[in-house]
Write a protein that binds this ligand. Sequence first.
Ligand SMILES: Nc1ncnc2c1ncn2[C@@H]1O[C@H](COP(=O)(O)OP(=O)(O)O)[C@@H](O)[C@H]1O
Ligand SMILES: [Mg+2]
Length: 287
Amino acid sequence: MGMSTPTNQNQASTLYKFNENVMASFSKLKKIAITSGKGGVGKTNVVVNLGIALVQMNMKVAILDADYGLGNIDILLGIEPELDISDLLKDTATLEEILINKNKLAIIPASSGVQSLTHLTEYQEILLYKELKKLEDMVELLIIDTAAGISDNVISLLLAADEVYLVVSPENTSIVDAYAVVKVVTELDAFKTFSVVVNMVEDEEEGSDVFLKISRAVKKFLNKELHYLGCIRKDDHVVEAIKFQQPVVERFPLCPATTDYLELSKTMIERVAKMETRKDKKAKLDF
Ligand SMILES: Nc1ncnc2c1ncn2[C@@H]1O[C@H](COP(=O)(O)OP(=O)(O)O)[C@@H](O)[C@H]1O
Ligand SMILES: [Mg+2]
């Protein structure tokens, strides 16, 4: 494996502080971060539709909107959060006050507050810990919608998650950029588990082909195995549902994309049941 640059090492120390003190302390709560190298590949749609499909199958799920850019969970679901995670950090709101419930799916708006998550004061760490700790008794799984790319904010969330789901599309740039994410995270945490979801495919074969491309490169250059979760077909119903600010699995319960989302959630339920939380892994690794 390549040598870490000094920047990487500095980054690692601040990021691990955040992990160790806050997110990683929740041993009961399973955390999956959904990310991509390139923007616009369908992360937010994957988060929202998987979230809805999983609660339909009776799993207790919360989603955290950790992309401070535009066009995110609130827009997709037609909600307008008045409070977000920055209010927790200011101690002006509790988790219960910022949570939004949408068809049994718990949504934690973070958008504007998420940039400060990597620069917490000790007091804010305690606040965040105290509030997010409540999630452990509310849900089994937290799905985190991150921004694309390899900025500090994104990487810290990926390090804090028990598992990372990489959303890729069949475009070459998406595959190359996804590889970069795996590389950066692996340099900071060699044992991180990655699963791949290929979005906007013509058919299943294209999904497997895309997965093979990325997994071969990752195996060859990073000596790491990726797990293939499955694919979602390119489907205009997704675009149509977005216009109505409704997740496609609700708006069009029988369309190809919904069929794929339901299949994916079944696979996910089995996988989540076997998932270890980060705290268990850390103990083994002895950082
Ligand atoms: N399965 C799909 N079929 C067709 N279009 C899709 C599909 N998934 C996503 N899209 C399109 O991609 C756009 C970006 O999706 P989004 O979830 O916002 O991506 P990201 O969060 O990665 O930026 C959507 O607005 C939609 O037009
Ligand atoms: Mg998004």
